[in-house]
Structure formats: C-alpha cells, structure tokens
Design a protein around this ligand. Structure first.
Ligand SMILES: [Zn+2]
Length: 49
C-alpha cells in the first residue's frame, strides 16, 4: 500500500480495488466504469482520466 491518495483523480471502480483510476472502460453489463490500468479486464477503453 505505497500508493499516495490523489484527490484530483477518481478511485478505481472495481470491487475491492482502491488504486487511482487511469481509464474509463465500456463494460458490457455495467456501462462506463472508471478503473485503474490493472482492472480494465480487456474491455474497450473509452478514454484516459
Ligand atoms: Zn483497479
């Protein structure tokens, strides 16, 4: 747990993950999700945050 909390960035929306979000993906069930690079799950990246 060495990551610093950056209040200017959202937190990854994946369950149980508290990393800083890096990208917005289009999830087939959940729609747009803001997640970190490790939680894209191979889904389409809409944009970076
Ligand atoms: Zn994550």
């Amino acid at each position: 747990m060495s990551a610093q909390t950056d209040h200017s960035n959202p937190i990854c929306g994946a369950l149980g993950c508290h990393e800083t979000a890096d990208v917005v993906i289009r999830h087939p069930k959940h729609g747009k999700r803001t997640v970190c690079d490790n939680c894209t799950g191979g889904h389409v990246v809409i944009r970076h945050v």
